[in-house]
Design a protein. Structure first.
Length: 249
Protein backbone atom coordinates (compact mmCIF):
# COMPACT_ATOMS: atom_id res chain seq x y z
CA UNK A 1 0.00 0.00 0.00
CA UNK A 2 1.00 3.56 -0.67
CA UNK A 3 0.31 6.31 1.82
CA UNK A 4 0.77 10.00 1.09
CA UNK A 5 0.29 12.34 4.05
CA UNK A 6 0.18 16.13 3.86
CA UNK A 7 2.34 16.26 0.75
CA UNK A 8 3.29 19.81 -0.18
CA UNK A 9 5.54 20.90 -3.00
CA UNK A 10 6.63 24.42 -3.87
CA UNK A 11 8.75 25.14 -6.96
CA UNK A 12 10.22 28.42 -5.77
CA UNK A 13 7.01 30.40 -5.11
CA UNK A 14 4.70 28.16 -7.13
CA UNK A 15 2.57 25.93 -4.96
CA UNK A 16 2.20 22.78 -7.08
CA UNK A 17 0.86 20.39 -4.41
CA UNK A 18 -1.01 21.66 -1.37
CA UNK A 19 -1.02 19.43 1.73
CA UNK A 20 -2.36 16.40 -0.13
CA UNK A 21 -3.24 13.14 1.62
CA UNK A 22 -4.44 9.87 0.12
CA UNK A 23 -3.86 6.12 0.19
CA UNK A 24 -3.69 3.51 -2.53
CA UNK A 25 -4.59 0.18 -0.97
CA UNK A 26 -3.34 -3.25 -1.99
CA UNK A 27 -5.18 -4.49 -5.06
CA UNK A 28 -6.51 -1.04 -5.84
CA UNK A 29 -6.24 1.07 -8.99
CA UNK A 30 -6.52 4.77 -8.25
CA UNK A 31 -6.84 7.35 -11.04
CA UNK A 32 -5.32 10.80 -10.61
CA UNK A 33 -7.28 13.26 -12.72
CA UNK A 34 -7.16 17.00 -13.10
CA UNK A 35 -6.57 19.76 -15.63
CA UNK A 36 -3.09 20.60 -16.93
CA UNK A 37 -1.00 22.01 -14.10
CA UNK A 38 -3.17 20.45 -11.38
CA UNK A 39 -0.08 18.77 -9.88
CA UNK A 40 -0.43 15.16 -11.05
CA UNK A 41 3.12 14.79 -12.34
CA UNK A 42 4.52 16.51 -9.27
CA UNK A 43 2.69 14.08 -6.97
CA UNK A 44 4.02 11.09 -8.91
CA UNK A 45 7.56 12.50 -9.01
CA UNK A 46 7.51 13.11 -5.26
CA UNK A 47 6.30 9.56 -4.63
CA UNK A 48 9.12 8.14 -6.76
CA UNK A 49 11.69 10.27 -4.99
CA UNK A 50 12.71 12.14 -8.17
CA UNK A 51 11.44 15.41 -6.72
CA UNK A 52 12.07 16.42 -3.11
CA UNK A 53 8.80 17.34 -1.38
CA UNK A 54 8.69 20.61 0.54
CA UNK A 55 6.73 18.88 3.29
CA UNK A 56 4.82 15.69 4.00
CA UNK A 57 5.40 11.98 4.41
CA UNK A 58 5.38 9.23 1.79
CA UNK A 59 5.23 5.62 2.90
CA UNK A 60 5.60 2.69 0.53
CA UNK A 61 4.41 -0.51 2.20
CA UNK A 62 5.14 1.16 5.51
CA UNK A 63 8.65 2.25 4.48
CA UNK A 64 9.29 5.98 4.77
CA UNK A 65 10.71 7.37 1.54
CA UNK A 66 12.71 10.16 3.14
CA UNK A 67 14.34 8.12 5.90
CA UNK A 68 14.67 4.80 4.07
CA UNK A 69 15.00 5.88 0.49
CA UNK A 70 16.61 2.85 -1.11
CA UNK A 71 14.22 0.36 0.46
CA UNK A 72 11.18 2.47 -0.45
CA UNK A 73 12.33 3.04 -4.04
CA UNK A 74 12.89 -0.67 -4.62
CA UNK A 75 9.17 -1.20 -3.99
CA UNK A 76 8.15 1.29 -6.67
CA UNK A 77 7.87 1.08 -10.45
CA UNK A 78 7.37 4.28 -12.43
CA UNK A 79 6.37 5.00 -16.00
CA UNK A 80 7.22 8.69 -16.54
CA UNK A 81 5.24 11.06 -18.74
CA UNK A 82 8.26 11.61 -20.97
CA UNK A 83 10.58 8.62 -20.91
CA UNK A 84 14.30 9.36 -21.02
CA UNK A 85 15.86 5.95 -21.64
CA UNK A 86 19.57 5.31 -22.08
CA UNK A 87 19.89 5.64 -25.83
CA UNK A 88 23.19 3.80 -26.23
CA UNK A 89 21.86 0.52 -24.84
CA UNK A 90 19.91 -1.98 -26.90
CA UNK A 91 16.31 -2.74 -25.95
CA UNK A 92 17.38 -6.02 -24.33
CA UNK A 93 20.34 -4.42 -22.53
CA UNK A 94 18.08 -1.69 -21.22
CA UNK A 95 15.64 -4.16 -19.68
CA UNK A 96 18.57 -6.10 -18.21
CA UNK A 97 20.12 -2.95 -16.80
CA UNK A 98 16.89 -2.02 -15.02
CA UNK A 99 16.40 -5.54 -13.65
CA UNK A 100 20.00 -5.54 -12.37
CA UNK A 101 19.59 -2.14 -10.76
CA UNK A 102 16.57 -3.48 -8.88
CA UNK A 103 18.37 -6.75 -8.12
CA UNK A 104 15.55 -8.83 -9.60
CA UNK A 105 17.39 -11.13 -11.99
CA UNK A 106 15.40 -14.28 -11.08
CA UNK A 107 13.77 -15.59 -14.26
CA UNK A 108 14.72 -12.32 -15.95
CA UNK A 109 15.08 -13.90 -19.41
CA UNK A 110 11.50 -15.20 -19.41
CA UNK A 111 10.05 -12.00 -18.06
CA UNK A 112 11.96 -9.87 -20.55
CA UNK A 113 10.94 -12.08 -23.45
CA UNK A 114 7.26 -11.97 -22.48
CA UNK A 115 7.34 -8.20 -22.08
CA UNK A 116 9.15 -7.67 -25.38
CA UNK A 117 6.54 -9.79 -27.16
CA UNK A 118 3.66 -8.03 -25.47
CA UNK A 119 4.92 -4.59 -26.42
CA UNK A 120 6.15 -5.42 -29.94
CA UNK A 121 9.79 -4.89 -29.00
CA UNK A 122 11.02 -8.42 -29.62
CA UNK A 123 12.13 -7.78 -33.20
CA UNK A 124 13.93 -4.67 -31.94
CA UNK A 125 15.66 -6.32 -28.99
CA UNK A 126 19.12 -5.90 -30.52
CA UNK A 127 18.54 -2.34 -31.73
CA UNK A 128 19.85 0.72 -29.94
CA UNK A 129 17.21 2.62 -28.00
CA UNK A 130 18.06 5.79 -29.95
CA UNK A 131 16.66 4.15 -33.10
CA UNK A 132 13.23 3.60 -31.54
CA UNK A 133 10.22 5.76 -32.36
CA UNK A 134 8.64 7.83 -29.59
CA UNK A 135 5.84 5.29 -29.11
CA UNK A 136 8.34 2.43 -28.92
CA UNK A 137 10.34 4.29 -26.27
CA UNK A 138 7.12 4.67 -24.36
CA UNK A 139 6.51 0.93 -24.60
CA UNK A 140 10.08 0.26 -23.46
CA UNK A 141 9.47 2.48 -20.42
CA UNK A 142 6.38 0.42 -19.60
CA UNK A 143 8.29 -2.85 -20.05
CA UNK A 144 11.05 -1.52 -17.77
CA UNK A 145 8.49 -0.64 -15.09
CA UNK A 146 7.07 -4.15 -15.14
CA UNK A 147 10.38 -6.03 -15.48
CA UNK A 148 11.02 -5.68 -11.78
CA UNK A 149 8.33 -6.93 -9.51
CA UNK A 150 7.44 -3.72 -7.65
CA UNK A 151 4.44 -3.68 -5.38
CA UNK A 152 3.50 -0.08 -6.06
CA UNK A 153 3.12 0.90 -9.71
CA UNK A 154 2.93 4.56 -10.74
CA UNK A 155 2.07 5.61 -14.27
CA UNK A 156 2.04 9.19 -15.58
CA UNK A 157 -0.25 9.52 -18.62
CA UNK A 158 0.91 6.17 -19.93
CA UNK A 159 -1.78 5.80 -22.57
CA UNK A 160 -0.73 8.82 -24.62
CA UNK A 161 1.30 8.09 -27.73
CA UNK A 162 1.09 4.31 -27.81
CA UNK A 163 -0.87 2.32 -30.38
CA UNK A 164 -4.16 0.51 -29.62
CA UNK A 165 -2.47 -2.85 -29.10
CA UNK A 166 -0.01 -1.23 -26.68
CA UNK A 167 -2.91 0.38 -24.82
CA UNK A 168 -4.71 -2.97 -24.67
CA UNK A 169 -1.61 -4.79 -23.34
CA UNK A 170 -0.94 -2.09 -20.77
CA UNK A 171 -4.51 -2.23 -19.47
CA UNK A 172 -4.13 -6.00 -19.12
CA UNK A 173 -0.84 -5.54 -17.23
CA UNK A 174 -2.50 -3.05 -14.89
CA UNK A 175 -5.47 -5.32 -14.28
CA UNK A 176 -3.29 -8.33 -13.54
CA UNK A 177 -1.09 -6.22 -11.24
CA UNK A 178 -4.27 -5.40 -9.32
CA UNK A 179 -5.17 -9.08 -9.13
CA UNK A 180 -1.72 -9.77 -7.68
CA UNK A 181 -2.57 -7.31 -4.90
CA UNK A 182 -0.39 -4.45 -6.11
CA UNK A 183 -1.22 -0.77 -5.60
CA UNK A 184 -1.56 1.19 -8.83
CA UNK A 185 -1.69 4.97 -9.17
CA UNK A 186 -2.27 6.26 -12.68
CA UNK A 187 -2.61 9.81 -13.93
CA UNK A 188 -4.67 10.13 -17.06
CA UNK A 189 -6.65 12.51 -19.23
CA UNK A 190 -8.58 9.66 -20.72
CA UNK A 191 -11.75 9.86 -18.71
CA UNK A 192 -13.47 6.89 -20.31
CA UNK A 193 -10.45 4.73 -19.50
CA UNK A 194 -10.34 6.04 -15.95
CA UNK A 195 -14.02 5.26 -15.64
CA UNK A 196 -13.52 1.65 -16.67
CA UNK A 197 -10.11 0.89 -15.17
CA UNK A 198 -10.00 2.64 -11.80
CA UNK A 199 -11.57 1.54 -8.53
CA UNK A 200 -11.33 5.05 -7.21
CA UNK A 201 -10.68 8.44 -8.71
CA UNK A 202 -9.01 11.48 -7.18
CA UNK A 203 -9.69 14.78 -8.92
CA UNK A 204 -7.04 17.43 -8.33
CA UNK A 205 -7.26 21.15 -8.91
CA UNK A 206 -4.41 23.50 -8.06
CA UNK A 207 -2.62 20.80 -6.11
CA UNK A 208 -5.54 19.91 -3.86
CA UNK A 209 -8.23 17.25 -3.94
CA UNK A 210 -11.60 18.60 -5.08
CA UNK A 211 -13.29 15.21 -5.09
CA UNK A 212 -12.44 11.60 -4.42
CA UNK A 213 -14.36 8.35 -4.68
CA UNK A 214 -15.83 5.84 -7.05
CA UNK A 215 -18.03 7.01 -9.90
CA UNK A 216 -21.23 6.97 -7.86
CA UNK A 217 -19.60 9.07 -5.16
CA UNK A 218 -18.25 11.54 -7.68
CA UNK A 219 -21.69 11.90 -9.23
CA UNK A 220 -23.05 12.71 -5.81
CA UNK A 221 -20.23 15.16 -5.08
CA UNK A 222 -20.90 16.98 -8.34
CA UNK A 223 -24.63 16.84 -7.60
CA UNK A 224 -25.29 15.21 -10.92
CA UNK A 225 -27.53 12.34 -11.92
CA UNK A 226 -26.15 8.91 -12.61
CA UNK A 227 -26.63 9.45 -16.34
CA UNK A 228 -23.90 12.13 -16.30
CA UNK A 229 -20.58 10.94 -17.71
CA UNK A 230 -17.29 11.23 -15.87
CA UNK A 231 -16.52 14.04 -18.32
CA UNK A 232 -19.54 16.04 -17.09
CA UNK A 233 -18.54 15.38 -13.48
CA UNK A 234 -14.91 16.29 -14.16
CA UNK A 235 -15.81 19.56 -15.87
CA UNK A 236 -18.17 20.53 -13.07
CA UNK A 237 -15.67 19.75 -10.33
CA UNK A 238 -12.68 21.44 -11.95
CA UNK A 239 -14.28 24.70 -13.08
CA UNK A 240 -12.93 27.89 -11.55
CA UNK A 241 -15.59 28.73 -8.92
CA UNK A 242 -17.67 25.63 -8.55
CA UNK A 243 -20.45 26.84 -6.24
CA UNK A 244 -21.54 23.25 -5.68
CA UNK A 245 -18.28 22.62 -3.81
CA UNK A 246 -18.92 25.37 -1.34
CA UNK A 247 -22.04 23.75 0.05
CA UNK A 248 -21.49 21.20 2.81
CA UNK A 249 -21.54 17.57 1.69
N1 LIG B 1 10.20 21.66 -12.59
C1 LIG B 1 9.30 22.63 -12.35
N2 LIG B 1 9.69 23.88 -12.04
C2 LIG B 1 8.79 24.86 -11.78
N3 LIG B 1 7.45 24.69 -11.78
C3 LIG B 1 6.99 23.46 -12.10
C4 LIG B 1 7.88 22.37 -12.39
N4 LIG B 1 7.13 21.26 -12.65
C5 LIG B 1 5.84 21.66 -12.52
N5 LIG B 1 5.76 22.96 -12.18
C6 LIG B 1 4.51 23.70 -11.91
O1 LIG B 1 3.77 22.99 -10.92
C7 LIG B 1 2.39 22.97 -11.22
C8 LIG B 1 1.92 21.52 -11.37
O2 LIG B 1 2.49 20.96 -12.53
P1 LIG B 1 2.39 19.41 -12.88
O3 LIG B 1 2.68 18.62 -11.65
O4 LIG B 1 3.27 19.15 -14.06
O5 LIG B 1 0.85 19.26 -13.26
P2 LIG B 1 0.08 18.19 -14.16
O6 LIG B 1 0.93 16.97 -14.31
O7 LIG B 1 -1.20 17.96 -13.43
O8 LIG B 1 -0.19 18.85 -15.49
C9 LIG B 1 2.22 23.83 -12.49
O9 LIG B 1 1.90 25.13 -12.07
C10 LIG B 1 3.60 23.77 -13.12
O10 LIG B 1 3.83 24.90 -13.89
MG1 LIG C 1 1.61 15.92 -15.94
Amino acid sequence: MLRVSNLTKYYKKTLAVDSLSFDVRDGEIVGLLGPNGAGKTTVLRCVTGIVQPTDGVIEVEGVNLSTNEEDAKRRIAFVPEVPTPYEMLTVYEHLRFIAMAYQTMDSFEERAETLMHRFDLYDKRGDLVLSLSKGMKQKLAIACAFVHDAHVVLLDEPLIGIDPRGVHELKEMITSAKQEGKSILISTHMLDTAERLCDRIIILRKGAIVAEGNLAELHERARMGTDASLEDVFLTLTEESPTNLLAPQ
